[in-house]
Design a protein around this ligand. Structure first.
Ligand code: HAM
Length: 421
C-alpha cells in the first residue's frame, strides 16, 4: 500500500472545508486593506531562495527540496513566499505602475523539517508583501492587519512579539559586536553556531539547539548599536500600535531565521500550555534590501506569513469552526428503473435551481435509499414509483415532520423554493 510522504497531509471533506473557510475569512479581511492576489509558481530557480534567505539560514542550508530538471537546471520547491513575490515584482516591473504595491498569496510551501505537532514538510501559508514605502505607519498597518485577521477568525491567546534588528549600518555593527562576544564563548556552542560565527553571527541568536544556553541569553542586545534613525523608526511603530490598542511585547532576542530582514521584525505566537504553545502562527518583518539585491531598484518591502495548518489546529482546539457540513436538501428515491431515470433528471433540475440534491444510482429497494437520505441528513425526500410516473406527480416527504404530500411534477421547483430558503 502506498502511503503519503512523511510530513505531508491529505485534506479530506471537512478538513478541506476548514482550510477553505480560513482562506475565505482571511481574504475578506485582507482585501479591505487593498491587497491583490498574486499566484506564483510552486517552484523557482534555486538561486531565488539562496540569494534572499541566505546560505546560512536553516531553510537554505538544510530544508530545501532542490532537484535538477531534465534540462539540468537547479530548481527548488518554494520553501516560502517572499522571494518568489519579489522575483515576480521585478520581472513584471510592477513598480513602474504604482508607487505602493500590495500583494497577498495562499499556497503550499515545502521544507525538509522534522515533522511534529504543527510542523510539516508540505504546509500552506497565507502571506502578504508590500513594496514601495518605508514608513512606520505602513509597518504598523501591516501588523494591525495581522491582528485583525486573528480577531476575524476569533482566535484568542495570541501574543505579538516585536523587535527591530536595525537598518543596514546597525546590523553590521551588531554582527561585529556579537562576533567578538561569541568568539570568547564559542566552545560551548553547537557545530552550526561555530560555523555561523564567521559568516553570520546574528543567526546564532536564532539557533534551535543552543536556544537555552546562557551564552545566548546573555548576548549583547541590539539596542547598544542601533542608529538613532533606527531607534526613532521603531519607537514610531510602537507608538502607532499603542494608539490602535494592539497588545505586544518587545522581545530583544527576536531576530528571525531569514537573512533578508531589516528594522521591524515580529512574530505572533500561541500563548498556551498545550502542545502548540509557543509555536509561531504568523511571522514577518521589513526587508529593505531584498529588491535591490535581486538587481532591482532600491525599493523596501514588508510582509508576513501565516501557517494555515497551525491556524486550523488552534481553531479546532478553541472550537472556532462553525458547522461546515451541510446536509442534502433533497434525496430522490426511485422505485423502479424508469423512475430512477426520472430521479436523475429531477435531481439535476433541482441542482440547477440551487438545491443540493442527491440520489442513489444503483438500488431500487427502499431500504438502501432511505439509508442514503439518513447519511446525507436530507431535509426532504422525493419518492417516485409507477403511480407517480403515471399521474405526473411526486410524493414529497418532509424528513423532519415525516409529513407526506403529493405535488404536480411541474410545481417541483416552486414548491422547494417555498419550503427551503
Ligand atoms: P517563516 O517564519 O519562515 O517566515 O514562516 C511563516 C509561518 O509559516 C510560521 O510562523 C509558521 O506559522 C508557518 N510555518 C513555517 N514552517 C512551517 C512548517 N514546517 N509547518 C507548518 N507551518 C510552518 C516566512 O516564511 C516569511 N516568508 C514570512 C514573511 C513574509 N516575511 C516577510 N514577508
Amino acid at each position: 500500500m502506498y502511503q503519503k510522504v512523511k510530513g505531508t497531509q491529505d485534506f479530506i471533506g471537512l478538513e478541506a472545508k476548514k482550510l477553505r473557510y480560513v482562506e475565505s475569512k482571511i481574504r475578506s479581511v485582507i482585501e479591505k486593506y487593498g491587497y491583490e492576489e498574486i499566484i506564483t509558481p510552486i517552484f523557482e530557480n534555486t538561486e531565488v531562495f539562496v540569494r534572499s534567505a541566505g546560505e546560512e539560514s536553516d531553510i537554505v542550508s538544510k530544508e530545501m527540496y532542490t532537484f535538477l530538471d531534465k534540462g539540468g537546471r537547479s530548481l527548488t520547491l518554494r520553501p516560502e513566499g517572499t522571494a518568489p513575490v519579489v522575483r515576480s515584482f521585478l520581472e513584471n516591473k510592477l513598480y513602474a505602475q504604482r508607487n505602493l504595491n500590495k500583494f497577498y498569496y495562499f499556497g503550499p510551501m515545502f521544507r525538509y523539517e522534522r515533522p511534529q505537532a504543527g510542523r510539516f514538510r508540505e504546509f500552506n501559508q497565507f502571506g502578504i508583501e508590500t513594496f514601495g514605502t518605508s514608513s512606520p505607519l505602513l509597518d504598523a498597518d501591516v501588523i494591525i492587519s495581522g491582528t485583525e485577521i486573528f480577531n476575524a477568525l476569533g482566535i484568542k491567546n495570541i501574543k505579538l512579539k516585536i523587535n527591530t534588528i536595525g537598518d543596514f549600518p546597525s546590523r553590521t555593527a551588531y554582527a561585529k559586536l556579537l562576533q567578538d562576544y561569541f568568539r570568547n564563548n564559542i566552545s560551548s556552542l553547537c557545530r552550526d553556531c561555530n560555523r555561523r560565527l564567521e559568516n553570520n553571527p546574528l543567526r546564532i541568536l536564532d539557533c534551535k539547539i543552543d536556544k537555552d544556553n546562557p551564552v545566548l541569553k546573555n548576548a549583547p542586545k541590539i539596542d547598544t548599536v542601533l542608529s538613532d534613525e533606527a531607534k526613532i523608526y521603531f519607537q514610531s511603530v510602537i507608538d502607532i500600535l499603542d494608539a490602535y490598542g494592539v497588545n505586544y511585547e518587545v522581545d530583544r532576542n527576536l531576530v528571525r531565521g531569514l537573512d533578508y530582514y531589516t528594522d521591524t521584525v515580529f512574530e505572533y505566537i500561541l500563548d498556551s500550555n498545550d502542545e502548540l504553545g509557543g509555536l509561531a502562527i504568523c511571522a514577518g518583518g521589513k526587508y529593505s534590501d531584498m529588491v535591490k539585491s535581486f538587481k532591482g531598484p532600491d525599493i523596501p518591502g514588508i510582509g508576513y506569513a501565516f501557517g494555515i495548518e497551525r491556524i486550523i489546529a488552534i481553531m479546532d482546539l478553541q472550537n472556532l469552526f462553525p458547522a461546515l457540513e451541510t446536509g442534502a436538501d433533497i434525496v430522490l428515491i426511485g422505485l423502479d428503473e424508469k423512475a430512477k431515470e426520472k430521479t436523475l433528471l429531477y435531481a439535476n433540475k433541482l441542482r440547477m435551481a440551487g438545491f443540493y440534491a442527491e440520489m442513489d444510482y444503483v438500488n431500487i429497494n427502499l431500504k438502501p435509499q432511505f439509508k442514503l437520505s439518513d447519511q446525507l441528513q436530507a431535509k426532504y425526500l422525493i419518492i417516485i414509483g409507477e403511480e407517480e410516473l403515471n399521474n405526473k406527480v411526486l410524493t414529497v416527504k418532509n424528513n423532519t415532520t415525516k409529513e407526506q404530500e403529493s405535488i404536480p411534477e411541474d410545481r417541483m421547483i416552486d414548491y422547494f423554493k417555498e419550503k427551503i430558503k
